[in-house]
Design a binder for this molecule. Structure first.
Ligand code: ZN
Ligand code: ZN
Length: 361
């Protein structure tokens, strides 16, 4: 974690901050290694503090390497005031996007009791560090992707008419846990038949029927990191129209996977898939972004969308997930996770079969 703390200090220097107060759970985990659910991080120019209560003190001692662990008892503000005074912190950054109005009012009282202190709102400081993945993060995402791939192989042998979408989701999630996932990385989407036209149709009580598309978008959490995959299959024999729509999405995804490289913008990559789909007459039916970053959170930077000016860089991890959704008829999405590398290279994390529309059941 010490390299991450050094990087954070450089980022703070650039904003003339001599301290940072971190509350957002994934940011807190990233900078401290703490996996629990309650605690506060204060980083100063030469020290790192982890403030928590008695429930988490032992866990913090074990996980937060290089940190001084502070037991707040039942008084966060006096503990903070004391610490900031002792460290002579003057400009303390806080995460404006993750504190409530009430929190800010309370934290502001610190300015009255700590000489010379001002609280400075910041945005995206930790997130800009998190967007570049190191080798250990890449390894965790690969494991999360391997688990999702194994779950796809498993579910192909399970799908059959008569099951509800919820049963399919439960089977995917149970299988991933047995493979070592700590849970699903987001609420599992199983959308069949007409519901497959809902881009985010989480599993419902709808029963799978012969002829249905079954669109499954799911992922695993492993060591805190997410995978995110979508595959669409058909129950029984596909219609010509199902094949046609599937093949348009497949080719759009292939083109985008091929084009993806560090040095382009998210917008440019999005346009590769979007223009292909539009050229096939389905432009209106692809109403969401091509992809997004993944990491400790299922949606993080960079943006890979028609308005995403973010520059794609080596060691970023993104999804590529074009789709076509035709109301009341059905929809197809195909999604894989990609690591961008130096020199235009890339590595794809997910390898579940997709080369032709798979018919099951
Ligand atoms: Zn997804
Ligand atoms: Zn996704």
């Amino acid at each position: 974690m010490n390299r991450r703390i050094d990087q954070l200090r450089s980022a703070l220097d650039a904003q003339q901050l001599d301290g940072m107060f971190i509350v957002q759970p994934e940011n807190r985990r990233y900078i401290s290694g703490f996996t629990g659910t309650s605690g506060y991080v204060v980083i100063t120019a030469d020290k790192a503090f982890f403030i928590t209560d008695f429930r988490y003190v032992d866990q913090a001692r074990e996980q937060c390497v290089g940190y001084e662990i502070v037991n707040q008892g039942n008084a966060l503000l006096p503990t903070l005031a004391d610490l900031l005074k002792r460290q002579h912190v003057k400009r303390l950054g806080f995460e404006q996007d993750f504190v409530t109005y009430g929190d800010v009012q309370r934290y502001k009282t610190l300015e009255e009791v700590v000489p010379g202190l001002s609280l400075v709102p910041t945005s995206g400081v930790l997130e800009l560090l998190r967007i570049i993945k190191d080798d250990s993060e890449v390894a965790s995402i690969q494991r999360a992707a391997d688990i999702a791939d194994a779950a796809f192989t498993h579910i192909l042998g399970y799908l059959r008419p008569g099951l509800s979408e919820k049963e399919v989701a439960l089977e995917l999630e149970t299988f991933m846990r047995k493979q070592g996932a700590s849970g699903p990385s987001f609420e599992t989407i199983v959308a069949s038949g007409w519901r497959s036209s809902l881009p985010h149709g989480v599993a419902s009580d709808k029963v799978l029927e012969s002829g249905d598309f079954v669109k499954m978008d799911y992922g695993a959490f492993y060591e805190g990191y997410c995978s995110d995959i979508t595959r669409t299959v058909v129950l029984g024999k596909p219609s010509d129209k199902q094949r046609e729509v599937y093949n348009v999405v497949l080719e759009a995804q292939r083109l985008a996977l091929e084009a993806a490289k560090a040095g382009m913008t998210g917008q440019e990559l999005d346009a590769v898939a979007r223009s292909y789909i539009a050229g096939k007459g389905y432009g209106e039916a692809f109403g969401h972004s091509l992809g997004h970053g993944i990491g400790l959170q299922i949606h993080e930077g960079p943006r890979v969308s028609s308005s995403g000016s973010d520059l794609l860089k080596p060691q970023m991890v993104i999804t590529i997930e074009p789709g076509i959704y035709l109301s009341q008829w059905g929809g197809v999405r195909i999604e894989d996770d990609v690591l961008l590398l130096e020199g235009g290279e890339k590595r794809i994390f997910t390898h579940s079969p997709k080369q032709e529309l798979i018919s099951v059941g």
